[in-house]
Structures are given as C-alpha cells and as structure tokens.
Design a protein around this ligand. Structure first.
Ligand SMILES: [Zn+2]
Length: 291
C-alpha cells in the first residue's frame, strides 16, 4: 500500500472513531483486516472509542482476532479496545491471559493486556452480582457469597443450607464410607484406609478406648462424622487422607465446626502416615497421658 493511500485510510479510521456514529461499525470492521498495520491499529482504537455506541457483539468479533496480529501495537490497541467492551468481551479473556503469560510479548502490550483483563473481569463480576441466582435444590434466592462458594465447590448454585446437605451427601458418596471399611486393624475394627488402620492400632496398643466413624451431632443441625473419638479424653482425631478439591473444602468446613464448638481435635495428614505413632503421640500428649 502506498503511503498516501495508507494516510487516507488512517485518517478515515480516526474520524470514524470520533464520529460517535453507530454506523461506523461496518467500515471499521473492514478496516481491521486492512493490509496496513497502522490502519488496523487505528481501526481497533476507533472501535474501542465507540464502545457503548456500536453493537458490542460484532465489534468484539472484529477486535478479538487482532490479539493474534503480527504487529505488537495492533495487539496492544485491540486489547485496550476489548477492555472498553467490558462484559461483552469476556470471550477474549483466555487469549488475553495467553498474551500476558507469553514471555516473548512486549512489556507495553502486556500492560494494556493486563489492564483490559482486569476491566473485563470486574465487569463480569458486577454483571454476575446483578443477576439473581436461585438454589438448584430449593429455589431460594442465593446471595453473592453463596453463589461463589457453591460454584467453587460444586460448579452448581446452592443456598448455604443445601450446600451443607449436598456436601455431606457428596462426602459420603465420594468416600463410599461403608463400602470402604475393608481394612482390618489388629483389634478387629474395620477402617477405610491404611492411615486410619495405623491410628486404630496405635490407640489400642496404648489402651485408649475409641469410637470409630460414628455419626454424632457436634453442632445443631449439622451431623458430623469424626474419624475417631476418644471418650476418656474428649478428643477427636481426623485423618485427612484425600486430596480432591471437594474434600479439601469439606475439610476446612469441618475444621471450622470443630473450632467453633471448641472441640479438642488432633489432625493427621497423609504425609504423617509413615510416622503416625510419633505424630499422633506428640499431638495427643497435649490432651492425654498415655501408657
Ligand atoms: Zn437451597
């Protein structure tokens, strides 16, 4: 393209950007595929200026491919412009993230990409807060916290009450509690894992009476199933043996319940398995003197 021609197109793109005219979209959508990088950059910039005036869908569709443009300044202005479209540009978030994490990308592009991503994510979060969500189970309206919590744990919307119920159902299902009690400790108790077997054997070796996996009420309305309960010392032992996200969320929730109720809890983890005797002995000694 000769320079005069390029200058004319560039001037046209700039003028369209300042036109505040919704009809500018069509011409700009063509200019973004101009062979001139200057024209593409100015067209991207113009579309950004027209955010809120031109229809968002087609404008974002015109801008999005420019994130892969060969020219860094075109990528930069495309990112800025996408940011101006807020929630309508949320489909570009993955590509913005990729640009940002590309070590070969220019710093000035990254700065624009970062700012655009932040704006879009904020817009998305505001939009989500404005939408009313209902619990899938009881249809109660849920607030933003309930929405975020249940989405994170289950990728579904539940109110807090249903969350607790679903969580307990899930835990029992996930760990297949009854079916999994297939490991026999020396004293004849069937437990669910090798870690639990070691705990059971340590306790019986030291003459400590225990109840294993009994359903008992710790907090009103929420039945909790501790792994081990030592009635003589009023101490609970939990062996946190799994590693899934759901399990960890459940674990934090359960820990909070123990804490709220001021229960004496000994926590053991998978990494303690090879030296259960030592760790359990040390932690128990806070509450009990063993033989
Ligand atoms: Zn509910």
């Amino acid at each position: 393209m000769d320079r005069d021609n390029e200058r004319t197109i560039a001037a046209r793109a700039t003028a369209l950007g300042n036109s505040a005219d919704a009809n500018a979209l069509q011409e700009l959508a063509e200019l973004v595929s101009s062979e001139s990088a200057l024209a593409r950059r100015l067209a991207a910039s113009a579309l950004g200026k027209l955010a809120g005036i031109v229809p968002a869908g087609p404008a974002v569709r015109a801008l999005h491919p420019l994130l892969a443009d060969a020219h860094p300044q075109v990528r930069q202005y495309a990112a800025k412009a996408l940011g101006a479209f807020g929630v309508d540009a949320k489909g570009a978030l993955d590509d913005l993230r990729d640009l940002y994490s590309n070590p070969a990308e220019k710093d000035y592009v990254k700065r624009s990409v970062l700012a655009a991503g932040k704006t879009i994510r904020e817009a998305v979060s505001i939009a989500e807060r404005q939408v009313r969500h209902r619990c899938r189970r009881c249809s109660a309206e849920v607030d933003a916290d309930e929405y975020a919590r249940s989405q994170r744990a289950f990728q579904r919307v539940f109110c807090d009450k249903c969350f607790d119920e679903v969580y307990l159902e899930r835990r029992n299902f996930d760990t297949k509690v009854e079916l999994n009690k297939s490991i026999r400790a020396h004293d004849g108790t069937f437990v669910q894992s090798d870690g639990e077997r070691k705990i059971a054997e340590y306790l019986s070796q030291h003459g400590v009476a225990y109840r294993y996996d009994e359903r008992m009420r710790i907090i009103d309305g929420c039945a909790i199933r501790p792994d081990f309960y030592l009635p003589e010392f009023d101490v609970y032992i939990e062996y946190w043996g799994m590693d899934t996200i759901d399990y960890k969320i459940g674990m934090l929730k359960k820990l909070k319940l123990y804490q709220q109720e001021g229960k004496r809890l000994v926590s053991l983890y998978r990494e303690d398995k090879s030296r259960i005797d030592e760790v359990l002995g040390r932690k128990l000694s806070r509450y009990a003197t063993l033989d």
